[in-house]
Design a protein around this ligand. Sequence first.
Ligand code: F6R
Length: 242
Amino acid sequence: MKFIIAEDSRKVGKKAASLVAQEIKRKPEIVLGLASGRTMIPFYKSLVLLSGKEKISFSGVACFNLDEYVGLGSGDKNSLRYFMEKNFFSKIDIKESNIHFLDGKEKRVRETCKKYEKEIKRAGGIDLQILGIGRNGHIGFNEPGSGFKSRTREVKLSDVTRRDNSRDFNSLNAVPRKAITMGLGTIMQSRRIILLASGRRKAEAVSKSITGKITEDVPASVLQRHKNALFVLDRGAAGKLR
Ligand code: F6R
């Protein structure tokens, strides 16, 4: 599995943004898979800056976000959709109709998930998937134990994930217990994958994913089976690589 080490979280974002920008230049109609979360903030910031500087248009780009909390709508400040609007979509020229998102308010979850998979297929599949990683090795919201062949579905969030993400909510109790996420099988079908990780808190999960056993206990370890996956790490996140 390939990885590169940047100095800090800002440089991780910058490096990943330059790789994505290159891909958009090569294929202006690219289909991107996108992630939210703190690690992504410097990444989106850099990508927005770079697109201004290098006049990169997102008008042909389509994107599919990985996940959403069940029960939160786009207007909810803690929804992942809101995060994406604030940090990225509102700052680029992407067409609204090209933004694909799982709706956390949708009652017919199964249909929603099936439809999402179909939409990805109809778009020609994901060319480039961006990922973050949880302390327990989750990618998307595929928590430990998720099947390697899993598809988009509703999942229960683990205690670690709820605790980690509670920093954005008023209390732990306010953190949704469920989410909808693309599956590991869905993610693995992307043609290229770039995973970003920063900070020492992620070092254990990163090391297990890159050099450990491929096991459903560490969801990101499945990426060892992908032909074109790259980890972009800062020194902290790379700290336990042997
Ligand atoms: C979010 C997502 C998650 C996060 C992960 C890391 O869309 O898919 O897998 O990437 O939980 O989150 P941060 O960056 O907040 O540590």
